[in-house]
Design a protein around this ligand. Structure first.
Ligand code: MLT
Length: 388
């Protein structure tokens, strides 16, 4: 059977591959501890689950949902933006519900990228930006990130002619995988760059509420003029421990929202209305679970950092996202260190090189691992670092 050329152009999804390796080890009897995928281990808050149960018992939710989402869900997203970021959104033209933000990110290039068009992809980065560009026939152009620049793009180093031809500038702060955060000043630079080069700025803000040490993550739409050039993706997954529910949104520039909506209405039939009703209950709440959730992640972050600090690593604890992003031991590549941890310690981490060439020399550890397993995993990593 002959598959399309575009399939040869994309790799297996990083975590599909990691899951395969974990399954192999477990089948061989290894007690694997995974710091791999960022998938919250704590349950969805009860009030959201209860709302889902109520809504699922209402037969009116059993038919096709509206293509553009429940008006009440779109209003709840707009209200959340007003409350949280001070950004006013028109729920009918500037908000579109998604089957998880990954779905919208993956479909966005279909609305903006013609064959051969570049998109500007900061790397290391969430792999979907690059793969979605390729699937739409576009050409990802890497913007290499570095620790020295706080894992934020150096727009001054981008070839202006390429930027002029490009269609999308992808950004993601708090960042997966680097856990870097960005300030409003940095977003201002990005908005200016996007406006100067007629780019759609697509900001993935899935981790907006997952921040530490008092840092409050901004929305790119807080920048004056951003609505002319930007869309921002959000998700209930990480904020409300709802990765399995598949519900998110995109907000911002109405032309972009309409174009993505047109793609989606042709290929999907929306989100189960009961999930949307539960999602709007989540967004309308005062996020009662969040302080406890952040305290848990911050404690886990500090536990992992202690291991690396004691082994001599001189790096700062990250201020956002569900991850720590750490250099590998001197002279050891991402893949080699990842493989050694798996073979010698039964510990899974994500190799930095899986997120782009500039991720070489780093690994990502997720904080979404129950405390007892985290302690055991940290002890195994400690032994692997200090050799005893
Ligand atoms: C990750 O571990 O990178 C994320 O959980 C994947 C995702 O958000 O799709």
């Amino acid at each position: 059977m002959q598959t399309a050329r575009r399939i040869a152009a994309i790799p297996p999804y990083l975590f599909a591959e990691i899951d395969r390796r974990i399954a192999e080890k477990r089948a061989a009897g290894v007690d694997v501890i995974s710091f791999g995928i960022g998938d919250p281990d704590l349950p969805t808050p009860d009030f959201i689950v209860e709302e889902l149960a109520r809504a699922a018992g209402d037969p009116s939710t059993h038919q096709y949902p509206s293509y553009f989402g429940l008006p009440a869900f779109r209003e709840a997203v707009a209200d959340f933006y007003q409350r949280r970021f001070g950004v006013a959104l028109d729920p009918s033209t500037q908000v579109l519900p998604l089957i998880g933000s990954k779905e919208g990110l993956a479909h966005l290039p279909w609305a903006f990228v013609d064959p051969g068009d570049p998109t500007l992809v900061p790397e290391p980065g969430y792999p979907v930006y690059e793969v979605a560009t390729i699937l739409a026939g576009g050409e990802p152009v890497h913007l290499p990130l570095s620790a020295e620049r706080g894992w934020f793009p150096d727009f001054g180093a981008v070839d202006g002619a390429v930027a002029d031809r490009a269609k999308i500038l992808w950004l993601n702060y708090p960042s997966n995988p680097t856990a870097a955060v960005a300030t409003l000043d940095q977003f201002e630079d990005a908005v200016r760059f996007a406006a100067d080069h007629d780019l759609l700025l697509a900001h993935d803000n899935a981790y907006s509420e997952i921040t530490y040490d008092g840092f409050v993550a901004p929305s790119v739409l807080e920048v004056p003029g951003a609505m002319d050039v930007a869309v921002e993706f959000g998700s209930l997954s990480k904020i409300f421990n709802m990765t399995g529910w598949r519900i998110g949104w995109v907000v911002g520039n109405p032309v972009a929202i309409e174009a993505l909506g047109r793609v989606k209405t042709n290929i999907d039939s929306g989100i189960f209305n009961a999930v949307q009703r539960a999602g709007l209950a989540a967004l309308r709440s005062d996020l009662p679970h969040l302080p406890g959730l952040l305290a848990t992640y911050q404690r886990r972050r500090d536990r992992i950092m202690d291991v690396f600090w004691e082994a001599g690593w001189k790096v700062e604890a990250p201020k956002g996202a569900l991850y720590v992003w750490l250099p590998t031991p001197p002279g050891e590549s991402s893949v080699r260190f990842t493989q050694r941890l798996l073979d010698d310690a039964g510990v899974v981490v994500a190799p930095g090189s899986g997120y782009g060439p500039s991720g070489e020399g780093y690994v990502r550890l997720s904080l979404t691992i129950p405390d007892a397993r985290l302690d055991e995993g940290c002890e195994r990593v400690r032994k692997a670092l200090v050799g005893r």
